[in-house]
Design a protein. Structure first.
Length: 142
């Protein structure tokens, strides 16, 4: 009867294995550290920033949405219909329109000297606007 002896591994066995292979482990750790450091310095610097603009909620009347349908804020027939179906022209849309407007983007480009950042001639605002629009995004969260 051949019975295999089962030996349980103890903590000291693991320490012995680590001690036995210490040179190989140290060399691999050193190589990986050096390669990761070189790779980190070769990557170009990129920064990402996010901003959230909070618009205060509209004051509601006790009857809820019915008062807005009667002419509180919107008086045209088309806006009453859009309010019935849950579509409204809120201040978020107006704010997004202002943020994405050419005037606002041009002012930001001029204020922060982005023509130089994008390496574009001073006379070519269209290229600067195109490059800047590729770097920003704005959307409604509702």
């Amino acid at each position: 009867m051949n019975e295999t002896l089962k030996k349980e591994a103890k903590f000291s066995d693991y320490i012995y294995i680590l001690y036995k292979w210490k040179r190989l482990l140290f060399i691999n750790l050193l190589i990986v550290t050096i390669l990761a450091t070189i790779f980190a310095f070769l990557l170009p610097k990129q920064y990402k920033a996010t901003a959230t603009i909070m618009i205060p909620p509209e004051k509601e009347m006790p009857l809820g949405g019915l008062t807005s349908l009667l002419g509180n804020k919107s008086s045209s027939i088309s806006s009453i219909g859009s309010n019935l179906f849950g579509i409204s022209n809120t201040s978020e849309d107006v704010l997004l329109g202002i943020i994405n407007s050419r005037t606002a983007l041009t002012n930001v480009i001029n204020k922060f000297n982005l023509m130089e950042y994008y390496d574009i001639d001073k006379n070519n605002m269209e290229k600067a606007l195109k490059a800047f629009r590729n770097d920003i995004s704005s959307e409604s969260t509702s």
